[in-house]
Design a protein. Sequence first.
Length: 243
Amino acid sequence: MTTPEPSTAPNPAHLRVYYPAIVALFTTTLLISNIAASKGVAFFTDSHVTLGPLQILPIVTDGAFLLFPLAYILGDVLSEVYGFKAARRAIYIGFGALLLMVVSFQIVLALPPAPFYDNQQALETVVGAVPRLVLAGLLGYLVGQLLNAAVLVAIKRRTREKHLWARLLGSTVVGEFFDTLVFCSIAAGVIGITTGGDFVNYVLVGFLWKTLVEVAVLPITYRVIAYLKRNEPFYRATAAGEP
């Protein structure tokens, strides 16, 4: 009587088909955003509205405002589908890529420029600010995204598969606020913000913008999460209770 050979087929509970692509997009978003954040941006510069000691207009932000909200949306997707540990792993991978970018930029800046290269000062102005912005991003995003993932998972334990909107919005409000506060506290000086009114403006605009973007794309986030839950072997296996 022969003993059947153990199966070499992969365990569905260990298959994360879409996880690498989501992590790659997440990491790319972090890299682009940290470079774009070196530019201060202001809208409605000819308008002035004050609320007590605070100057509400013009609206002050940085160049990362366009893309960075995607990082939180992807963080929600990772937490909801793959769990807190997998989301945390993606955060660490993203930060590793950011550190590699900073080291590479510093080496490039230190290399002697060729006689025909006239943009050394411009390069230093742009990427020379990146280490401080990355530090701001590291601390802010580490605090904010870990809180975002922890709150989402904690709410899911109570609601299970119900009230996805509450998990996404509740986790975003907590994560985005602390991320924005920490990031802006460090990055404000890099982009030239020096007054208390502009700093409060910077924090409020960043927090409200990122939160509103997540609310606006909530229907898309719903569909992406639903698609992954239907088609991701890992989620189907873990939801069914497989090891």
